[in-house]
Design a protein around this ligand. Structure first.
Ligand code: SAM
Length: 197
């Protein structure tokens, strides 16, 4: 089964933030579930959460479903491309849309897709939670993130760390307001945008 060492390391800190923000019975749509390690960890820790994993890569579905097979609160993983004009989920019923480590490993257009789609799926007052490394204006990029950014751009010229100001501009255009920034281990951020109540 595919395994991600970063997902294993960052899962506990992300879960702590999610727990502090979300209601006990939150309905959550996860974008870019990847290996399914986050879905498994988060849904197991919070059995009253209703967790919908998804990924645009159909090959990811089997491992996500296998990892989460014993968890009654995890739905079958969906094929969901954030660039699609409509997502295959109910609107607007979600308390949260969660997306970790996608914006820098996909073309820039996925940012607008994520923001617009989250706005459609979220309940009024619902949260879009985005985790990963970002360029922040006025803050030096950590050496590890400089090297990571260069490596990403060399692998694919459409990839690379995003400027938080530009990501936030896309969120604003979609009607989402930046609520909170959490500084996470290893120079990552977890950002919470809110659909106005
Ligand atoms: C580095 S992995 C992150 C996986 C997981 N969220 C984590 O943090 O370990 C990036 C994921 O983004 C997904 N992805 C890339 N482009 C996408 C798109 N247009 N729509 C949805 N997911 C996408 C990939 O399939 C991959 O699973």
């Amino acid at each position: 089964m595919p395994f991600s060492a970063p997902a294993e390391r960052n899962g506990a800190p992300i879960l702590a933030v999610l727990r502090s923000l979300l209601p006990a019975n939150a309905r959550v749509l996860e974008i870019a579930s990847g290996t399914g390690q986050h879905a498994q960890r988060f849904a197991a820790a919070c059995p009253a959460w209703d967790w919908q994993p998804s990924d645009f890569n159909p090959k990811a579905l089997a491992s996500v479903d296998a990892r989460c097979a014993g968890l009654a609160n995890v739905r079958s993983c969906l094929v969901l491309d954030v660039l699609a004009p409509r997502w295959p989920v109910a609107e607007p019923v979600h308390d949260a849309v969660c997306c970790a480590n996608m914006l820098h490993i996909s073309p820039w257009a996925t940012c607008a897709g994520l923001m617009q789609g989250a706005r459609r799926c979220l309940k009024p007052g619902g949260l879009l939670l985005v985790y990963g490394p970002f360029h922040v204006d006025g803050e030096p990029l950590a050496p590890g993130n400089v090297a990571f950014d260069a490596d990403l751009r060399q692998r694919d010229s459409a990839w690379g760390l995003r400027r938080l100001a530009e990501v936030d501009a896309q969120a604003s255009q979609a009607g989402l307001g930046l609520l909170r920034r959490f500084d996470m281990p290893a120079n990552n951020l977890l950002l919470a945008w809110q659909r106005p109540a």
